[in-house]
Every structure is written in C-alpha cells, then in structure tokens.
Design a protein around this ligand. Sequence first.
Ligand SMILES: NC(=O)c1ccc[n+]([C@@H]2O[C@H](COP(=O)([O-])OP(=O)(O)OC[C@H]3O[C@@H](n4cnc5c(N)ncnc54)[C@H](OP(=O)(O)O)[C@@H]3O)[C@@H](O)[C@H]2O)c1
Length: 259
Amino acid sequence: MDLGLTGKTAIVCGSSQGLGRACAAQLSAEGASVIINGRDSDKLARVADEMRQNAVGKITPVVADLSTEAGRATLLDAFPDPDILVNNNGGPPFKPFGALAMDDVRQGVEMNMITPIALIQAVLEGMVARRFGRIVNITSVSVKMPVAGLDVSSGARAGLTGFAAGVARTVAQHNVTINQLLPGYFATERLMQGFAATAQTTGMDAEQAADQWRSQVPAQRFGTPEEFAQTCAFLCSAQAGYLTGQNILLDGGLHKAAF
Ligand SMILES: NC(=O)c1ccc[n+]([C@@H]2O[C@H](COP(=O)([O-])OP(=O)(O)OC[C@H]3O[C@@H](n4cnc5c(N)ncnc54)[C@H](OP(=O)(O)O)[C@@H]3O)[C@@H](O)[C@H]2O)c1
C-alpha cells in the first residue's frame, strides 16, 4: 500500500536507536524525508549513514538534547515546518517511588510532557495551514497499566495524553491528527534497563528477569521495533486522516482489558 508519504518531511525525535530509529527508517522507506535526532553526534552520524542504505527519502541528522529549550530550538530552527512529528525520547530511569527525588519528577515531566507539548505547539500552525499534519506521541503501556519503577513515566505521559486529547479535536478539521502509540515490551536497550531494575530488586539475573517479563505477555514474546514502526508509518499516512485522538496499544495483549 502506498502511504502517500513521498515528498513529506518528518521529524522523529530520539531516533538514534530503538523505537525512534525504526520509525525513522520506516518513514524514510515510505518516501518521506526524515530528520533524525539524538544527543550523541558520532552515533547519530553513523546511524544516518546506515539508514541511507535503505532510505528512499533524505536522512538529515540534527544533534540536540530535547530536554532543554535550546535543544528544541536547534531542532526547530533546522526544520520549522515538518508534515510529520514523532515525539520520542529515552524515558525516565526505572526507580522505586520512595527513591525519587523531586528533580527526577521535574525531569520526567520536562521530557515526557513539556517537550512534546512544546514541539506540538511549534509545528501545529504550519500543519493546519498546509492542510496536512500527522503527530505521533510515543508514550507507554504504563499510561494504562502501572509498571514497577515507572511512576514518573506513567504520570507525565498521562498528562501529555490529556493535553493531546483536547488539541487533537481542535485541528481535526484541517486534516491534522494527533495520536499516541503505547509500546508494551519491545526488544530495545530501554527494555534491558527494565530487566536490570527487576534483577536488582529481586536478586534474579538479567536473563531470568527477561523471562519473567516475557511470561507476562500473552503473545509470549517481545515486540520488534520494526513492527512498531509499521503502525507508526500508517498513523502518519495519507489514509489515516480520520484516525485522531487515540491511544493505540502495541503490547501483544499485555494490558488485559476488554476496552
Ligand atoms: N522499549 C519498550 O519496550 C518501551 C516500553 C514502554 C515505553 N517505551 C518508551 O518508548 C520510548 C522509546 O523507547 P526505546 O526502547 O526506543 O528507548 P531507547 O532504546 O532508550 O532509545 C531512546 C532514544 O532517545 C534518544 N534520546 C534520549 N534522550 C534524549 C534527549 N534528551 N534528546 C534527544 N534524544 C534523546 C536516545 O539517543 P541518545 O541517547 O543518543 O540521545 C535514543 O535514540 C521511551 O520513551 C520509552 O520509555 C519503551
């Protein structure tokens, strides 16, 4: 299926590895010109070279720490008018509630709520004017279901979700959509951090912790970044203009609810 992305421009935040990288690669394979981002310039340059081998659209790396206003300005100065924005980052560290310092909470809110809101606000007007816009916020299954050690993640991302729910309805008439993609457990470095946190609190080794996490998933496996990216690309497609304000779980059945 042609997703209608040829000639579109996409910013994919936090895309030097993991889910962001896979989303960037998929959008580029579908014909979009993609701005990839991360904080490590050497790593980002290497990833850009690797991605170019299968890319259809142009790949442009922009090094910027999006937890800072200066970093967000750098990204937006380089590409002020994207057609597509994928909000993503590394997520707060796994920490038990009692061990959280207020600075951990502030940082989590900055990264997982304020940063995406600031970027959405900056790009929305242009999307409305061009009558095309696709915004995907990568959040987490932890918005719907608590995950041990991720209380800051759950809270900050729930705040973003509430914010986006209202804004999505104000721009829907202009063919601009805003949706959240909620990963369950995907095989990335971030998930390894989760296994390490479980290992630390239970005395298991990391492999046993991984088995325990996997056994919670009805699909009995972790998701792949590539399958996550395909759903992201569809949400960004020309065909997805009537799909907005939604929270789409990709979790192999992990969140056990009928609705
Ligand atoms: N993987 C899962 O199973 C899972 C489950 C639920 C939720 N999530 C959430 O989904 C998101 C992506 O997960 P992932 O597994 O792909 O994570 P990941 O492998 O840790 O990748 C995170 C990416 O974000 C970049 N990044 C981090 N902080 C940044 C900053 N301040 N400014 C710019 N870029 C930044 C990292 O690059 P640099 O470090 O080079 O900057 C990296 O490219 C995270 O928010 C995570 O919490 C993931």
